[in-house]
Design a protein. Sequence first.
Length: 64
Amino acid sequence: MKVQYRACKKCKRLTPEKTCPVHGDEKTTTEWFGFLLITEPELSAIAKRTGITEPGMYAIKVRQ
Ligand SMILES: [Zn+2]
């Protein structure tokens, strides 16, 4: 079974759901590129640069 991940247009968080688990009504999209796994946001330079504060899976780029 293949899970099609979707990305939130607001926070770039990846989820299999059609709406963001954090932003509620915010629609997610399949139009995203790159994969980012953040485990320790405090120690991650990428997390700091992208403004990510919570561990999780994120898309690097999301088409708006
Ligand atoms: Zn979101």
